[in-house]
Design a protein around this ligand. Structure first.
Ligand code: B12
Length: 234
């Protein structure tokens, strides 16, 4: 029963059926299926399907936009339900999260933000196409512990390094754990630019951020790499 409704959510997201996907998620929640299960086993599977279809040239940008909108709508409901469920969790740290300059993809970032929030982190999302200095400005304003930057575009990769350099130039490198992620961002790249953390996905990101909070001393160690796909956790 749960399997069937989760499969349907994935299909509706992949087809870009926003209204249907939202309705079905509400049904799943009312059946007692957990928001995390709906995200992980349902909606995300739909995004995987459409990503593969796009890469194989079977669907094109318009279909991607519709699937992206359906996924974003689903994330919003899942997030609302997660926050009420997990509101009691103690505060783990303050995170500023944004999408690199030039990049308007936001689904992965939103999933990362949602999972961090339900795991007790206070998340400040500065949105897409975020200017280099906006990460530092927000971090200073909210007294952040962690600054996270996401990109799915190879052309935006240099802004990750620029953002870290900007933070360093303000003399604040030791204040913020700087974490990076998204499609073209590899652990090697994280290490090369001197980031504090990298993870494969949102679940790994929660683990990585908890490790960073426990370790302290931003900018002074090798990056924490958490990758559930390869089993690496260093
Ligand atoms: C959906 C999508 C879109 C949608 C985005 C909708 C939205 N609201 O986000 C739309 C249609 C708008 C779009 C536009 C474009 N896209 Co697009 N898009 C995708 C697609 C199919 C899926 C991305 C996605 O949402 N995945 C699902 C999420 C959940 O996964 P994720 O983003 O990887 O995030 C996870 C991890 O990476 C990690 N993570 C993510 N961020 C962070 C941050 C931190 C700090 C950490 C620790 C971890 C972490 O955790 C996340 C959750 O588990 C990908 C293909 C792919 N295989 O990725 C192409 C893809 C990213 N797009 C691509 C391109 C080229 C474009 C366009 C330039 C196309 C065009 N010609 O106009 C434009 C970009 C415009 C711009 N300026 O940004 C390329 C990028 C190639 C590259 N390496 O540069 C890809 C890879 C497709 C391809 N194979 O060519 N796209």
């Amino acid at each position: 029963m749960a399997e069937e409704i989760l499969k349907k959510i994935g299909e509706l997201v992949a087809e870009g059926e926003e209204e249907g996907a939202v309705e079905t998620v509400k049904q799943a929640l009312s059946q007692g299926i957990s928001p995390l299960t709906i995200l992980n086993e349902g909606a995300s599977k739909g995004m995987d399907v459409v990503s593969e279809q796009y890469s194989a040239g079977e669907v094109f940008l318009p279909e991607l936009v519709l699937a992206g909108d359906a996924m974003s709508a689903v994330i919003r409901i899942i997030f609302e339900n997660m926050s009420s469920e997990d509101a009691q969790k103690s505060k783990q740290g303050v995170v500023v999260l944004g999408q690199a300059k030039g990049d308007v993809h936001d689904i992965g970032k939103n999933v990362v933000g949602a999972l961090l929030a339900v795991n007790g982190f206070e998340v400040h999302d500065i949105g897409i196409d975020a200017p280099v200095k906006s990460f530092y400005e927000k971090a200073r304003e909210v007294n952040a512990d962690i600054v996270g930057i996401s990109t799915l575009l190879t052309t935006s990769l240099p802004y990750l390094e620029d953002t870290l350099r900007y933070i360093t130039d303000t003399g604040s490198r030791e204040k913020y754990q700087f974490i990076v992620g998204g499609g073209p961002v590899t652990p090697e790249y994280a290490k090369k630019i001197g980031a504090d953390g990298w993870s494969r996905n949102a679940f790994d990101c929660v683990k990585m951020c908890k490790q960073l909070m426990a370790r302290g001393n931003p900018g002074k160690h090798e990056p924490v790499i958490v990758d559930s796909e390869t089993g690496v956790n260093i």
